[in-house]
Design a protein around this ligand. Sequence first.
Ligand code: NAD
Ligand code: ZN
Length: 241
Amino acid sequence: MIRISSTDRVFILTGAGISAESGVPTFRGAGGLWRNHRVEEVASPHAWQRDPRLVWEFYSMRRRVAAAAKPNSGHEALARLEQSLQDRLFLCTQNVDDLHERAGSVRVVHMHGELFKSRCDRCDRAPFDDSATYEPARSDGCTPRPVPRCRCGGQIRPHVCWFGEIPYDLDKIAAGLNDCTVFIAIGTSGLVEPAASFVARVRGRARTIYVGPDEPANTFAFTDCYWGKAGELLPNAFRFD
Ligand code: NAD
Ligand code: ZN
């Protein structure tokens, strides 16, 4: 039971694990592979330079999987928590899916971007809503849809943070971490930086809690761990004092 007082400020960091029960595979669960490519090799600026179509095919698969998924009781519990805490809750997700929003969460900080947005790889035009998908080239010689171009001539890329790129909203996140009295990480392996180090930044002045079925790499930094699935634990996890 996670007790929350009327003066607590709660920072929640979610990872791929919170969407696992919705049928969106985690990278580790999928063995870190897609069509025999390591995920790091298709979700990278290098892959984009070399083969933008292959990158779009990977994100097309992820768009299709996420669009078919539904929020689970873990996402719903966090949406209710926001209704209770309002701006005393800071919800930061490493996920690019939109399941937190579809469960009703309003203020979600997507530090690794959003699957259903795209942007130009050259100019600073704002990211825009996009759910287009691109199929692989077919053996019957049908020409696949080309990678779209921006008015400036640049190529349209997914609005996601690739391995080797800098996550979004780090200033806002730093302020949220500074402010919090309770830090809760849910379903994240503790391997992907900088998110993995958030807990170390608040440890000592905030309660630090982990929720998930497996030990994260940074277990030592948590004062309390609740072992189990997010969708089973979160609906009854919070008590307001
Ligand atoms: P990860 O794949 O490295 O680890 C997933 C974690 O989820 C593991 O620690 C596992 O124990 C835990 N988990 C599995 N089932 C769970 C459940 N039912 N409830 C709670 N936890 C559960 O994911 P990561 O640490 O988030 O880091 C990998 C990177 O890939 C991140 O950027 C991540 O967001 C991204 N990613 C995102 C999605 C998505 O948008 N849904 C999916 C896959 C990967
Ligand atoms: Zn452009």
